[in-house]
Design a protein around this ligand. Structure first.
Ligand SMILES: *Cc1c(COP(=O)(O)O)cnc(C)c1O
Length: 422
């Protein structure tokens, strides 16, 4: 424990400002002789979208085409994405949350059903279950990967259990064979939350190309590829693809492009279900197509940053993210470390990094700690020992492909100066 909560001052004593950091007494005067805060040229954002002129040009072109909503650009994006992950069908949506919702809807999840969800995830993975009147059943996670613990999930299977939403935390895919064995044994519908996992693959399977009912990707601004807001659902199942296409646009049996471009019957359509408004715009899809073409380059840059962090932090009191085995393609959406017997606690560590201009985040505040979930299902920390304990010491460091080498070295210097005094 630090003697002062935000200082990391044990470390600055011998070493002075970390390399690459500029000390500016006007901004951060030292609180004592041996407490030095190096300040910033600029703050390094936690999640910087990697978008530029090519994306801007593609979006302008979509605007100039005069067709703004779901049209030919979205259709092209869907085809390219399906091909990229090896899926029979891809359906573009305005968020991953929409995709998770529509996948469970198409799979027939409804009132009285239970769906297994890891507690270590974003609330979207669970809220969609409630949209349908069903109940998420929260499960603790594997201590190494922080993904759904299948042995614990098995203990929570009841006669009402109908589905599971595995989350490929941070971009490391769950082991596909054991997941499939588990879901087949219990006859469960699988909807993979791959919000972190593009592009990713494991054991020869590309995430998105699996036999699961659906796999859902997020193109939110902070994710590995972005359309500002957006999502993509992939499925091997023609029936699910059809249902999702219908339900993303009001339950109308024909899509907008079809209605307005087909000669002769432009005004006719039927409504077959009370659907939703979850379609993607062509402007977003235009950005998505450029991002898709750059996705592997961006992933390689994140992998390079992760490797640099692994090397630089090897001797520090940190539990580093689970390393992928050979043959696994890690999307590296997050680089989440857990503090180990550190001289500071997590909040002090976050504050110390923030003081030198390094933004961080926490993935995740487990869902069993959130008021709504905790109160509705009477959840307690003791039922989720791995997630509860990991939460106390977890921090995500910046890993955007837009980071410069200099920014990466500044993150390293800040972490080292806090934890090792070098
Ligand atoms: C971001 C995220 C989502 C939601 O994605 P949206 O596109 O914002 O709806 C769902 N699950 C996880 C694990 C996420 O990180």
């Amino acid at each position: 424990m630090a003697t002062e909560p935000t200082a990391c001052n044990h470390s600055a004593r011998a070493s002075g400002p970390a390399p690459g950091l500029r000390y500016d007494p006007r901004v951060n005067a030292p609180r004592s002789q041996d407490f030095i805060i190096a300040t910033l040229d600029e703050t390094i954002p936690f999640a910087q979208p990697d978008v530029g002129e090519s994306e801007a040009a593609a979006v302008s072109e979509a605007i100039r085409s005069g067709w703004l909503t779901t049209g030919t650009v979205t259709a092209a994006f869907e085809r390219e994405f399906a091909e990229r992950v090896g899926a029979a069908h891809a359906v573009a949506l305005n968020s991953a949350t929409a995709g998770l919702h529509l996948a469970l809807e198409a799979a027939g999840i409804g009132p009285g059903d239970e769906v297994l969800v890891p507690t270590w995830t974003f609330t979207a993975s669970a809220e969609v279950v409630r949209y349908l009147g069903a109940d998420p059943v929260f499960v603790d996670v594997d201590p190494t990967t922080l993904t759904l613990d299948l042995d614990l999930a098995e203990q929570k299977v009841t006669s009402r259990t109908r589905g599971v939403v595995p989350v490929h935390f941070g971009g490391l895919p769950m082991e596909p064979v054991s997941l499939e064995t588990f879901t087949a044994k219990h006859g469960l519908v699988t909807v993979e939350d791959a919000a972190h996992a593009f592009p990713a693959a494991r054991a020869g399977r590309t995430v998105g190309g699996s036999a699961s009912a659906a796999t859902v990707f997020s193109f939110y601004a902070t994710k590995t590829m972005t359309t500002g807001e957006g999502g993509m659902l992939t499925t091997p199942d023609e029936r699910i693809a059809q249902r999702v296409r219908t339900m993303r646009l009001h339950g109308i049996d024909r899509d907008v492009l079809d209605r307005y471009t087909r000669v002769g019957a432009s005004w006719q359509y039927d409504v077959v279900a009370p659907g939703f408004k979850y379609n993607m715009t062509d402007m977003a899809a235009a950005m998505g197509r450029v991002q898709l073409s750059r996705a592997e380059d961006m992933r390689q840059r994140r992998q390079q940053i992760a490797a640099r962090y692994d090397e630089a932090f090897a001797q520090l009191p940190l539990e580093l993210p689970a390393a992928p085995d050979a043959g696994t393609t890690h999307a590296w959406h997050l680089y989440s470390v857990r503090l180990l017997d550190a001289p500071v606690d997590r909040d002090a560590f976050v504050a110390a990094l923030s003081a030198v201009g390094v933004a961080t985040s926490v993935h995740f505040i487990p869902l069993h700690k959130m008021s709504y979930w905790r109160e509705r299902y009477d959840l307690h920390d003791e039922e989720f020992p791995v997630a509860s304990e990991s939460f106390e010491r977890v921090v995500s460091l910046p890993i955007s492909s837009a980071l410069t080498d200099r920014q990466v070295e500044r993150v390293i210097a800040a972490v080292r100066s806090c934890l090792a005094g070098t």
